[in-house]
Write a protein that binds this ligand. Structure first.
Ligand code: S3P
Length: 167
């Protein structure tokens, strides 16, 4: 089986869905931001602060090349900007988790650890700026996706079932 890549905006639930996907399966879940943090031995927030966004984007490209070369049979959750890497489609089947911005914001704010969820995402500092980014990206996400799943008001299990049906 090919890798499955989950793309979509910050806070849409890519990591949660990837972990749900591994239940009752022999797939491993891999998270691109986790790979980058372990490669750099520091948090995403620190990478942005100390070296800036373009340095981080280069790390995403490096991670994408490694995934293409070295990873098979995995469900891979990506950061919200990872969809721009050139070899995206070579890594696996691209599944977009789609949602309105308002539902994403609610999802984050409803989380018991909402403060931390926002603090660890440098590009979600202000909802106004994040919404602008969302508007810029939403069409681009759809362009690169092989499969689009609307995730609003759905449980992780329902989302996984829909992805499996669509594959
Ligand atoms: C980013 C999303 C983040 C993380 C970084 C940049 C983006 O990942 O990769 O802060 O450009 O949308 P999540 O989508 O998991 O929040």
């Amino acid at each position: 089986m090919k890798n499955i890549l989950l793309i979509g905006f910050m806070g849409v639930g890519k990591g949660t869905v990837a972990r749900e996907f591994t239940k009752n399966s022999d797939l491993f879940a891999i998270d691109c931001d986790d790979l980058i943090e372990s490669l750099e031995n520091r948090k995403i927030k620190e990478i942005f602060k100390e070296d800036g966004e373009s340095y981080f984007r280069d790390l995403e490209k490096k991670t994408a090349l490694w995934l293409e070369k070295s990873v098979k049979n995995a469900i891979i959750s990506t950061g919200g900007g990872f969809y721009k890497v050139k070899n995206l489609k070579k890594i696996g089947t691209v599944v977009l988790l789609d949602s309105s911005f308002e539902a994403i914001l609610q999802r984050i704010l409803n989380h018991p650890n909402a403060k931390n969820k926002l603090a660890k995402r440098p590009l979600f500092n202000s909802p106004k700026e994040a919404k602008k980014l969302y508007n810029q990206r939403s069409k681009e996400y759809k362009k690169v996706a092989d499969i689009v799943i609307n995730v609003e008001n759905k449980s992780p299990k329902e989302i996984v079932d829909e992805i499996k049906k669509a594959l």
